[in-house]
Design a protein around this ligand. Structure first.
Ligand code: ADP
Length: 664
């Protein structure tokens, strides 16, 4: 008992609780008991019980009490707890070491196992990242029969097809770049055909172009223009009839022979792809590729060839449109360059869009210098600016333009109206009318001389005609004839006066320039003609009269205003009214004479200011006049650096404007 656990004591207790055997003789025959309230921590099937309690000196101990079989004696073992723990340690240490070893081995195994599983997945995710970044050059090498291996080979296939697609796309991009860089068929088609050869590994590529009526017209190879062969023609006829590409995988097979005569195909071509080039439904041509070996065509190859044919169609159409437009432009250019009339086109902001050489010569401009410049910059405050200014008024405007070299141009400008009715600029044509001007001057000189010479005999005639009744009494008939002669003499005198006035104004003889207010002139004239107006049953009134003075020849001004008011009285039926005004506009004065008379038709308005021009209408037949009144008004306006114009509508009156610049 003493050596059971290498420590502690074991002893026997009899039925009287007296120790009978104990290694310490002092304890023998002593009474032994233990705390009956203590509960056993464990029991044995043989009735033994173990208790945790303490030695009398309070150190913990393990107490084991085992009743001896067949007696009331007890076997008791007292064991210090420390020994129990030591024993436990002794037993558990090797166990712990074994467990540790086993654990380490299991961990290592697990590590290796997981690595074997995760490594391919990592590789796979690396490959996915690589594809996502577009790095498609490196092959994905994941093999094996398991799912990861299968996934790997699916990835590799995906990489290959993506790479093919990308290659096709970049090829198409390169081709379209090369094609769009030019609008010339002979330069744009070869890169396109080279692309088609590269896309399907062909060794011949040709594009047959059709004329407008569908006949093969010319052929281009991937290098240049070539001669049209019977094969080109035969393939073009075949392909144009078909909606889809014609694929001949092996030219010697019977089915191919039925399509195309093998005698036409040269020895080097064993397979052919012919793709129709169409714009919507209109056939423009056909692209065909020849291969050195028989082959089968993949769907993606056919797709790429179809796309290239589409590009070819757009390109051919653009190139043809460009050629047509360019031809038209060249013709127009040649016409404009060779005309002797000056032609100028401006946009709606009055910038010069076109200016032909005749214009540049007339105005002494350097070739091309006027392009894009504003009219107001090129010809500030001039007749040219008035002709081409950006007025919404679409009507044709006319101006006489004096050139520094003494020539006179007659400019006529009208608005350019776009298809939707918008004015998008103006076009002016300027014609040299110098010879007409010279003719006019000669005419004036002739008329002046003749009229002066006519005046003297007329004075005699008037004198003698007035004296006729004085030399003897006249019969009524004679009296009547004498009056008619007088009226004729009056009319001739009036005509000659007008002609002389015109000649004087044009020659600038005896003219003055002094400050005068147009308002005063108008008041005097209106007063003087009030009686005549009243006699015609008309109301003659003045409206707003600007009192501003102006440098002018007052006599001429009076003449001009008189002529205008005179006309208004003559051509307004009784009951009508005449209004005279003078207003200040920008840097000029404008006299306005408005009547409610018979009006003037547009065709007559254009010629009104010509000499001797008289409107021939039923209403004017009985009105006497020379046809020189307005020509004189125009000359007076021009002498003052101004102009005169009319606005009128047949039947509802006319308004004459007489403009004189303030700083003429
Ligand atoms: P005329 O001596 O015939 O009046 P003008 O040169 O003064 O000559 O005028 C030319 C023509 O213009 C006239 O014949 C006339 O038909 C027309 N005309 C001039 N003024 C008016 C007016 N206020 N209203 C209508 N017609 C006019």
């Amino acid at each position: 008992l003493q050596n059971t656990l290498g420590a502690g004591v074991g002893f026997l207790v009899d039925e009287n609780k007296q120790i009978v055997v104990h290694p310490n003789p002092d304890k023998v025959l002593k009474t032994w008991s233990h705390d009956p309230t203590l509960l056993p921590t464990s029991t044995t099937p043989q009735g033994g019980a173990a208790y945790d309690d303490r030695f009398p000196d309070a150190t913990p101990r393990l107490l084991f009490v085992q009743p001896a079989a067949g007696t009331d004696w007890l076997v008791v073992i007292e064991l210090p707890f420390i020994n129990v723990l030591q024993l436990a340690v002794q037993i558990s240490t090797p166990l712990f070491l074994i467990l540790l070893g086993v654990g380490l081995l299991a961990g290592l195994g697990l590590l290796l196992l997981t690595r074997a599983i995760t490594r391919p997945i990592q590789d796979l995710s690396g490959a996915a990242v690589q594809i996502a970044r577009g790095q498609l050059e490196q092959p994905i090498t994941l093999s094996g029969e398991d799912e990861v291996g299968q996934l790997g080979s699916a990835f590799e296939q995906m990489r290959l097809s993506l790479k093919d697609r990308l290659d096709d796309l970049s090829l198409l991009l390169r081709v379209s770049e090369a094609v769009s860089a030019s609008l010339d068929l002979e330069r744009g088609v070869p890169p396109l055909l080279a692309g088609a050869m590269q896309a399907s590994l062909a060794h011949v590529a040709r594009l047959v172009l059709l004329s407008d009526d569908g006949v093969p017209e010319m052929v281009l190879t991937h290098e240049s223009l070539a001669t049209l062969t019977p094969l080109d023609k035969a393939l073009a006829t075949l392909a144009v009839q078909s909606e889809t590409p014609i694929l001949i995988e092996n030219v010697v097979r019977a089915r191919s022979r039925a399509l195309i005569d093998p005698a036409l195909i040269g020895p080097g071509v064993r397979a052919i792809a012919a793709v129709p080039v169409r714009r919507q439904t209109r056939p423009l041509g056909m692209m065909w590729l020849g291969y050195a070996e028989p082959r089968s065509f993949t769907q993606s190859e056919v797709n790429v060839l179809g796309t290239l044919a589409g590009q070819a169609a757009v390109f051919i159409e653009n190139a043809r449109l460009f050629q047509a437009a360019e031809g038209g432009r060249r013709r127009l250019q040649a016409v404009l360059n060779s005309t002797s009339d000056a032609v100028i086109v401006t946009d709606q902001t009055t910038r010069v869009l076109l200016c032909n050489p005749a214009t540049e010569v007339a105005f002494g401009l350097a070739p091309g210098a006027s392009m894009g410049r504003l009219i107001s910059e090129l010809w500030p405050k001039s007749a040219m600016e008035r002709l081409l200014n950006a007025d919404e008024n679409a009507a044709t405007r006319t101006e006489e333009i004096m050139l520094p070299d003494g020539r006179t141009l007659y400019g006529s400008a009208s608005a350019i109206i776009s298809g939707d009715g918008q004015a998008i600029g103006r076009v002016a044509v300027l014609r040299d009318i110098t010879y007409l001007k010279e003719l006019d001057a000669m005419k004036s000189e002739f008329v002046a001389t003749v009229s002066h010479d006519l005046r003297a005999p007329l004075t005699y005639m008037r004198g003698y005609a007035t004296m006729l009744p004085m030399v003897g009494s006249l019969s009524t008939k004679q009296q009547d004839y004498a009056e008619k002669i007088m009226a004729g003499i009056e009319q001739m005198t009036e005509l000659i006066d007008d002609l002389l006035d015109l000649g004087r104004i044009e020659a600038g003889v005896g003219m003055v320039r002094e400050d005068a207010a147009l308002a005063d002139i108008i008041r005097t004239v209106v007063e003087a003609q009030a009686g005549q107006a009243m006699a015609h049953g008309l109301s003659l009134k003045t409206g707003y009269l600007s009192e501003r003075t102006i440098q002018s020849d007052p006599g001429l001004m009076r003449h001009a205003v008189t002529n205008l008011i005179d006309n208004a009285i003559k051509y307004t039926p009784s009951g009508g009214s005449i209004l005279v005004e003078v207003e200040e506009r920008d840097d000029c004065m404008v006299v306005v004479v408005a009547d409610t008379g018979i009006g003037i038709a547009p065709a007559d308005q254009a010629r009104l200011f010509e000499r001797f021009y008289r409107v021939k209408r039923r209403e004017t037949i009985d009105i006497k006049g020379t046809g020189l009144g307005l020509a004189i008004v125009k000359s007076i306006a021009q002498w003052h650096g101004g102009r005169v114009w009319v606005e009128s509508q047949l039947g509802s009156g006319s308004t004459f404007y007489f403009l004189v610049p303030l700083n003429a």
